[in-house]
Write a protein that binds this ligand. Structure first.
Ligand SMILES: *Cc1c(COP(=O)(O)O)cnc(C)c1O
Length: 687
């Protein structure tokens, strides 16, 4: 998939024009971006000069996806401005070091509560601005879909930050209803009850009215209509009901099938009409007050959003005309996040701002209602991704790298096998004019070497020489290719083949499940050394022994890139240290939505450490420390009892002692390590 041309975004997500904190993109990097998949920074023919933080800014596209929360400071570290343009900032690298000193090991999930607050403020401000702009005669009452991130501290923050806006919660299941019922205490805020429901769900939600809440039971299945009528009659409470419509307007991309006639949830138009008849017969048509739809998550194109809201507005107007007591129109989720900062309708981006979104919702609903003289509804949205993504950053360290060895071996002698002499000659002859041809020659000679080896005519040492020569050719060719405006398709893979593997202290399955499951892109970059040129090209390999446990697609202006620009690891100055390298930290950004709860225990890597950071006038404050799983905990999830395990090892050591297979000292060390491990973090400790 290729992205279409960039849509000039005139309005940012901010209702106030946000002023950029980061300096302009340097001309050389801009040019680099325009070359498509090539990233020739390291091969600029100009004389060596110092790499600037502006170049890093442009390379990792920080302004595109990170504004106004993330930028780079003069020290070359990522800075976080959790209150956007309104408040102070902190140095992420220094923060990580400070947290490490408090025994919070990496990988570490850092949640910035102020970012969460800022997102809620922004969404409400955008709707307020749109309502004022179009003279909309109703109000906006947003809700947060709990499924996006159910962590207690986050939901409690959300409820607190949402109070001034009567921001509510949406539950999509019975356990989420339990959270919402007990946590939401904002008068007038909505409690939207979605998902599959049984009698108990509907009764509980209906009874919540008695606690002063405003639960709206959204009927998603035909069977739920009768259940709601029954529950209302039995309790003597009139439930507030909504209906989820299956729109014919379809979403796009990954969740494109969330709408349409065969969608999993919602009622078709004939079913809606039948439900209304049922409610009318039970004398409960006045209970029906809300129309809801959800056409999928991460809607990247504004025209899709418009089409859906247009159709839904008409349905809303018709329901009111048919006698329902309509008061709310709930446009669901789908508000996108610009993960790659390209402002396009690419799946990892969106071609509209939060303000465009609010404007379109308000304008379309207003027009439809005015035309038919129907009172304007309270507008409800269920934005999850757009609220929760920005607030958390996962910081992890690099444990080591595996690089392609591309040094040229000794020149061959006349007695050496022909294939080796050919490879050497190929290497010598590579020029700008013939590099593409030379690549094919080198590849062919390497294959030939492998083939003759298979027949027993090449020694293992000679095969090694042939392979090393091949890699030397590739490195030379890549050096030339990176400087070209246009790179032939058949050389596109070269960058991938030559990339280093960076081994990272994290489990993709636990911390970025969508990266593995649905190729979701998250911005990933070093959080320090950004004033140094990243001369390496790498992909990331995680700790699991699963070949899918890797990240080899990264955000780019156009499409995706298959290697990430990274810094070479620095050998540690201190020889006595057990660790060979200076710490190198990477950050994965915008991963606050869906990842935490969908993460799994593949290879028994557990939850990571997590902290909440809040800005204070003097700096910052660590609010909650949620320690990641220990080995005892993850083993408990699969029904192992650590006492039993220790007992087992003890018994075996005792037997080995008696049979003189182990010394007392060794047995002690073994038991000590075993016991200590069980109470420890499941990840590796690298420093
Ligand atoms: C998942 C979901 C949402 C949240 O969607 P986002 O795209 O994350 O905003 C909202 N409403 C319903 C019904 C959902 O299932």
């Amino acid at each position: 998939m290729t992205k279409p041309s960039i849509v000039a975004a005139t309005e940012s997500d901010s209702p106030v024009d946000s002023s950029s904190a980061v300096s302009a993109v340097s001309p050389s990097s801009q040019k680099a971006d325009n070359r498509g998949s090539r990233k020739p920074e390291s091969a600029q023919p100009e004389p060596k000069r110092r790499w600037t933080i502006e170049e890093s800014e442009a390379l990792y596209r920080i302004q595109g996806w990170g504004e106004p929360y993330f930028s780079i400071n003069a020290a070359g570290h990522i800075t976080v401005s959790p209150q956007g343009d309104r408040g102070g900032s902190l140095d992420l690298y220094q923060l990580v070091n400070a947290l490490k000193q408090r025994n919070l090991a990496l990988p570490l999930l850092i949640r910035f509560s102020d970012i969460l607050e800022d997102r809620i403020e922004r969404l409400n401000a955008c709707f307020a601005k749109a309502i004022a702009r179009y003279n909309y005669p109703g109000v906006y009452r947003g809700v947060f879909p709990t499924k996006c991130n159910q962590q207690r501290h986050l939901i409690e923050d959300l409820v607190r930050f949402g109070k001034p806006h009567q921001f509510g919660l949406e539950a999509g299941s019975k356990p989420e209803l339990m959270i919402a019922l007990a946590t939401l205490d904002t008068p007038g805020a909505l409690l939207i009850c979605n998902g599959y429901k049984d009698r108990e769900y509907i009764e509980t939600a209906t009874l919540a009215q008695r606690l002063g809440q405003t639960p709206i039971i959204v009927l998603e299945q035909v069977e739920e209509v009768a259940l709601a009528i029954e529950a209302g009659k039995k309790l003597g409470i009139k439930p507030i009901l909504g209906i989820r419509a299956k729109l014919s307007a379809k979403g796009i991309g990954r969740w494109g099938t969330s709408a349409g006639d065969r969608a999993k949830f919602g009622l078709t138009i004939p079913e809606i009409i039948a439900a209304m008849e049922q409610l009318r017969a039970a004398d409960m048509l006045d209970c029906l007050q809300l129309l809801h739809y959800h056409i999928g998550s991460q809607i990247s194109a504004i025209n899709v959003i418009k089409e859906a809201i247009r159709e839904a507005s008409q349905i809303y107007v018709e329901l009111a005309r048919l006698g329902a007591n309509m008061k709310y129109l709930d446009v669901g989720g789908g508000l996108g996040v610009d993960y790659d900062g390209s402002k396009t309708n690419f799946y990892a981006s969106k071609n509209y701002s939060m303000q465009n979104y609010a404007n379109d919702v308000v304008a379309e609903v207003k027009e439809a209602c005015e035309e038919r003289d129907i009172p304007a509804p309270t507008l409800v949205s269920e934005s999850g991704r757009a609220i929760a993504s920005h607030q958390s950053v996962l910081v992890f360290d690099v444990l080591g790298t595996s690089d392609v060895q591309a040094e040229l071996p000794e020149p061959p002698q006349d007695k050496d096998p022909l294939v080796i002499r050919n490879l050497y000659e190929t290497y010598q002859s590579i020029t700008v004019e013939n590099y593409q041809e030379a690549y094919h020659d080198a590849t062919q000679f390497k294959e030939e070497a492998v083939s003759i080896f298979g027949f027993g005519y090449l020694s293992l040492t000679d095969r090694a020489r042939a392979e090393r020569l091949y890699w030397a050719c590739c490195a030379k060719i890549l050096g030339i290719a990176r400087q070209q405006e246009y790179v032939p398709d058949d050389l596109e893979d070269l960058e991938k083949i030559m990339a280093s593997i960076y081994y990272v202290n994290l489990s993709v399955f636990q911390s970025a499940p969508d990266s593995w499951a649905i190729d979701q892109l998250f911005p990933i970059l070093p959080i320090h050394r950004l004033d140094e040129e990243p001369t390496q090209r790498g992909t990331l390999a995680d700790l699991t022994c699963d070949s899918d446990g890797k990240i080899d697609q990264f955000i780019d202006l156009r499409d995706v890139k298959y290697v990430l620009e990274l810094h070479p690891l620095k050998p540690k100055a201190d020889e006595s240290s057990a660790h060979a390298y200076e710490p190198y930290y990477l950050g994965m950004f915008l991963n606050g939505a869906y990842q935490e709860i969908m993460g799994n225990l593949h290879n028994l890597f557990g939850d990571t450490n997590a902290v909440h950071i809040t800005l204070t006038p003097k700096g910052y404050q660590i609010e909650h420390v949620v320690k990641g799983d220990t080995m005892t905990e993850v083993l408990g999830y699969v029904q192992y009892d650590s006492e039993d395990l220790i007992e087992n090892i003890r018994r075996r050591s005792e037997q080995a002692l008696q049979e003189n297979r182990i010394t007392l000292q060794e047995a002690q060390l073994l038991l000590q390590n075993y016991e200590r491990s069980l109470s420890r973090y499941t990840y590796l400790s690298s420093s």
